[in-house]
Write a protein that binds this ligand. Structure first.
Ligand code: AMP
Length: 284
C-alpha cells in the first residue's frame, strides 16, 4: 500500500490507473479506524480494481466548540490497518493542500441538510459536501463507499452526485456495531466505562421502537415520545434530536411506513455526541 500526501501526486496516480482501464473506488474517512471503516474498505475492494482510502480530519465540517482538536488520531495504526484491508493507496493530505491559498468554493446541498445533524451543526454539511467533491476530483474515483451510520451524509452525497452529474456510483454500507449493539465510532474512544454503558441507550431505543412497531404502533409522535423517555431515563443524557423521518426526503413522518427511519443524536455528559439510526419497520 502506498501513502500519498500530495493531491497532485494522487491525481497523477489515479489518471494512470484509469488510462490502464482500472476502476477506482474511494472510501473517505477521518481516520482512527475501527471495524466499521475496515468493512467499508473490504466492500470497496469488491466494487473495483483499486481502493483509495482518504484520511483527512476536515476542519471545515467542525463547528466552533466542536471536537476538531481532540479528534482521535493515530496515523501509524491506521496505515497498518488499511494495509491489511485491501487498500492500494492511503491518501492523507495536509490541511494546507486540501485548502490551498485562494480556495473559495463551497458546495451546499439544500433541503436535505436542513434537518437532523444539519440543524444542530450549522455549516457541517457544506464542509462535508465541499471536501467530498474535492476528494472525488483529486482521486478521479469511479465509485465511493459511505456508511449508513451517517445516514444523512450518505443522502447528501447521493444528492450532490446526482445534481452535479458527477457520474460516480455511490455505495452504502450498513452500520457496523459492537457485540452489544453500540454503533462503532471513532468518538466511542471518548467514553469512559459508565458513559460507554449509557451510550447503549441509542441502540436500545432503536430496538424499543422496532418492538413497538412490531406490536402495531404506527403513530410517529408516540414512538418518538417513548424513545425520548427511554433515553432521558439514563442520567447524563441530553437529546440533540430524536426524529422519525422518511429515508428519501429526511422529512418527518406522521405514520410509520417501510421507509421510516429513526434517527437520533444524543450528548452524554455534555461532552460526547453520538448518533445512530435504523429503519423501524424491518430488520432486527
Ligand atoms: P468517519 O471516519 O467517522 O468520517 O467515517 C468514515 C466513513 O465510515 C463514513 O462513510 C461513515 O459513515 C463510515 N462509518 C463510520 N462508522 C461506521 C459504522 N459503525 N458502520 C458503518 N459505517 C461507518
Amino acid at each position: 500500500m502506498q501513502v500519498i500526501r500530495s493531491p497532485a501526486v494522487m491525481t497523477a496516480w489515479a489518471e494512470a490507473e484509469r488510462r490502464a482501464g482500472r476502476r477506482i473506488v474511494l472510501v473517505p474517512t477521518m481516520g482512527f479506524f475501527h471495524e466499521g471503516h475496515l468493512s467499508l474498505m473490504r466492500l470497496a475492494a469488491g466494487h473495483g480494481d483499486r481502493v483509495v482510502v482518504s484520511l483527512f480530519v476536515n476542519p471545515a465540517q467542525f463547528g466552533p466548540g466542536e471536537d476538531l482538536a481532540a479528534y482521535p488520531r493515530d496515523f501509524e495504526r491506521d496505515r497498518d490497518l488499511a494495509g491489511r484491508s485491501g487498500v492500494d493507496v492511503l491518501f492523507a493530505p495536509d490541511v494546507e493542500d486540501m485548502y490551498p491559498p485562494g480556495f473559495q468554493t463551497t458546495v451546499s446541498v439544500g433541503d436535505l441538510t436542513r434537518h437532523l445533524c444539519g440543524s444542530s451543526r450549522p455549516g457541517h454539511f457544506d464542509g462535508v459536501a465541499t471536501v467530498v467533491t474535492r476528494l472525488f476530483g483529486i482521486t478521479r474515483a469511479d465509485a465511493a463507499v459511505f456508511g449508513e451510520k451517517d445516514f444523512q451524509q450518505l443522502a447528501v452525497i447521493r444528492r450532490l452526485v446526482a445534481d452535479l452529474n458527477l457520474g460516480l456510483e455511490i455505495i452504502g454500507h450498513p452500520i457496523v456495531r459492537e457485540e452489544d449493539g453500540l454503533a462503532m465510532s471513532s468518538r466511542n474512544t471518548y467514553l469512559d466505562e459508565d458513559e460507554r454503558a449509557t451510550a447503549l441507550c441509542l441502540y436500545e431505543s432503536l430496538r424499543l421502537a422496532r418492538r413497538e412497531v412490531a406490536a402495531g404502533v404506527r403513530d410517529c409522535a408516540l414512538l418518538r415520545e417513548r424513545v425520548r423517555a427511554h433515553i432521558l431515563a439514563r442520567p447524563g443524557t441530553e437529546i440533540d434530536y430524536v426524529a422519525l423521518v422518511d429515508t428519501a426526503t429526511l422529512e418527518p413522518c406522521e405514520r410509520v411506513t417501510d421507509t421510516t427511519l429513526l434517527a437520533m443524536a444524543v450528548r452524554i455528559n455534555n461532552r460526547v455526541r453520538l448518533i445512530d439510526n435504523g429503519l423501524v419497520l424491518t430488520g432486527t
